[in-house]
Design a protein around this ligand. Structure first.
Ligand code: SAM
Length: 327
């Protein structure tokens, strides 16, 4: 079946205002598709696997408005970052539902793709916008190496999964040498397929545990990690941060993106503590939302730690000092 979605590049000739409006419309349609998916899948799940969904909780109008405002703000920042040249505007028109319609019904056999779509629907069609929020702090951090030719810049994505963040990194840093590690060889296979469909040199993909990265000390100018930390037990989170510190060059940057934490949006405590872990079988999420990653970053040796929130996600960016004190 032909895709009903526009191809990447299709809108770049439009005047800016029109492109922005088109982007907003597509975002609204993605949110709508996510809503339809949830509306259909929840009664079906209840019918076949009763009690899988936790009891519905009341969310006040004020919180719903706050969520809506956060989602709109996320769209605005995504647009602004593209206009500031942090990444090409084409990325905004890339959407995970595209292949659903193009390859229907075969998509049902592709578990990796379905898992991705699940993440996308969970976050109301804006998971990619949230992933892209690491690009601005990462590029700011990499500007410390502006005297180095762009081809010599090395960036590692830890827990790269099926390559979504690497795809954005490739678009934002077309000449850099990119690397990705993940525990799952299946996910890496998917990543290779995704990345081969995109322009630019294929990143080096390596199966490895992020707690024991297979790279020398001080190797990368930048390190990123997206939606990995909530999957890790507390002790591994600390260990992964220490490993990121070890492989990052002095003066280099680490950016982390993951789901928001309890103190970022306390009104959503029930959603974070019960709904998310139960629906998505994320056993370490409850511990993650109460963990202090700033403390782990400081203990590992990072400095200039900054945090930000966008919609339902949270970001940490940190710098490895030029002169690392020996511990
Ligand atoms: C939720 S996915 C996120 C993937 C990708 N970064 C994204 O944004 O879609 C988490 C990924 O982390 C990987 N992972 C989990 N524990 C890991 C570990 N200890 N070392 C390396 N990868 C790990 C999983 O295999 C999975 O691909």
């Amino acid at each position: 079946m032909q895709s009903s979605f526009p191809n990447t590049n299709q809108f770049t000739w439009l005047p800016k205002t029109l492109t922005n409006l088109t982007y907003q419309k597509i975002q609204q349609r993605e949110s709508f598709l996510s809503f339809v998916y949830k509306a259909i899948s929840r009664p079906l799940t209840n019918m076949f696997v009763p009690k899988t969904n936790p009891t519905t909780q009341f969310i006040s109008t004020r919180i719903l408005l706050e969520i809506e405002q956060r989602i709109n703000q996320l769209g605005k920042i995504d647009w602004q970052d593209s206009q500031q040249g942090i990444y090409p505007v084409d990325l905004l028109f890339d959407n995970p539902w595209q292949n659903f319609f193009r390859y229907y019904p075969d998509v049902w056999l592709d578990l990796g793709y379905l898992r991705n779509l699940q993440v996308e629907t969970l976050f109301d069609g804006v998971a990619d916008s949230m992933r892209r929020r690491i690009l601005a702090p990462l590029k700011r951090g990499l500007s410390a190496f502006s005297s180095i030719p762009p081809q010599q810049i090395k960036v590692l994505d830890v827990g790269c999964g099926m390559g979504q963040t690497l795809k954005f990194l490739r678009a934002a840093l077309p000449e850099a040498a990119l690397f990705g590690v993940d525990l799952s060889t299946g996910n890496l296979r998917q990543a290779k397929q995704v990345l081969l469909e995109n322009p630019g040199e294929l990143p080096q993909l390596t199966p490895a545990n992020a707690e024991d990265l297979p790279y020398p000390d001080n190797y990368f100018h930048g390190t990123s990690s997206v939606f990995l930390f909530h999957e890790l037990p507390a002790v591994s989170r600390k260990r992964v941060i220490e490993e990121c510190f070890r492989v990052t060059k002095p003066g280099g940057v680490l950016t982390i993106c993951d789901s928001m934490q309890l103190f970022d949006f306390p009104e959503l405590e029930v959603l974070m503590k019960k709904y998310f872990p139960a629906m998505f079988h994320e056993s370490y999420h409850r511990d993650y939302i109460q963990d202090n990653l700033v403390e782990h970053l400081e203990q590992a040796g990072f400095e200039k730690i900054e945090t930000e929130n966008h919609f339902f996600s949270k970001y940490w960016s940190a710098r490895k000092p030029e002169l690392v004190s020996s511990k």
